[in-house]
Design a protein around this ligand. Structure first.
Ligand code: PDD
Length: 278
């Protein structure tokens, strides 16, 4: 693979980052994942906007303009022949002698690479649906910033795997926040319920588009917290993310949700999202 690091396109085994990089030492960095379908970037503008917000929240400099970033994405998709897949982008505060305070002068480190995912939009899980478990949300309090601090979500994914499930929905003060790497929704009747935006969840780019399409299609959307009990009693459930688009959830803690098969509203939203975005 060709990867991008600090202004250069290099074979992956020649790309290097300092051992003093604060991304490595402090998880002092932010990231974005943008999907590619048929060679086309999906909602690049949304991801670029959120990247800037994450950087601003951490008082971190952006080493590239949005136009440059788009050009790097396109060049990597081209160089690596990506039809369907993902572009991963990471910006860290850069290398500096180890100290908790932000260094006065550090040059940000920027890294991008691609992952080929043939048939990304035709995942078998979209037909069968995902099984999730509920776990306590033990992440830090600024989940609206897309930092590379992902150890608890990784632990959650492992807990799900150990329980024979595909993912975990995290619960705080009795209410669902989100999935380990996606936003969470339930459907009751014709109403779609998902947690409101705040510091408790990541402001999903896919979430914003899906809710816009749902409202345009005259569906009812309620942005509020919901409980695991509500999820178990729902007619349907689903998740959204840049890599999964809209994906049905059919089981929660071993109990079927609704009919235990992907729901009608979920299937419609997935179809609308993919039709509109690709
Ligand atoms: N994850 N919530 C969390 C905690 C996430 O990590 C993600 C994205 C989302 C969905 O956001 P978006 O729709 O903008 O992808 C919600 C990415 C895909 C990842 O970490 O791979």
């Amino acid at each position: 693979r060709t990867v991008y690091v600090n202004g250069e396109y290099l074979p992956e085994d020649q790309a290097k980052v300092s051992v003093f990089d604060r991304g490595f030492l402090f998880a002092d960095g932010v990231y974005e994942v943008t999907s590619v379908l048929g060679g086309k970037l999906i909602d690049f503008a949304g991801h670029a906007k959120r990247l800037q917000r994450s950087l601003d929240e951490l008082q971190m400099a952006n080493p590239v303009t949005e136009d440059e970033l788009l050009e790097i994405h396109r060049e990597l998709v081209r160089a690596n022949g990506i039809e369907d897949g993902l572009v991963y982008l990471q910006i860290t505060r850069g290398a500096a002698d180890r100290d908790f305070a932000y260094p006065k002068e550090a040059t940000p480190t920027i890294v991008l690479f691609t992952q080929a995912k043939p048939g990304l939009a035709d995942s078998p899980l979209a037909k069968t649906g995902m099984k999730v478990i509920s776990i306590e949300d033990q992440r830090w309090g600024r989940r609206d910033i897309k930092t590379v601090q992902l150890l608890y979500p990784s632990m959650g994914k492992m807990m799900a795997k150990a329980a024979g499930a595909d993912d975990a929905w995290m619960v705080e003060d009795g209410h669902v926040t989100e999935g380990t790497s996606n936003n969470a929704y339930i459907v009751k009747g014709n109403t779609i319920v998902t947690r409101h935006l705040g510091t408790e969840i990541l402001h999903g780019i896919t979430r914003a588009a899906v809710l816009r399409f749902a409202r345009e299609a005259q569906m009812v959307v309620e942005e509020r917290p919901f409980t695991i009990e509500e999820a178990k009693a729902a007619d349907e459930a689903f998740i959204t993310s840049a890599s999964a688009f809209v994906m049905p959830v059919v089981e929660m803690d071993g109990q079927p949700i609704g009919s235990g098969t992907p729901g009608r509203v979920t299937a419609r939203l997935r179809e609308i999202y993919l039709d509109e975005m690709r």
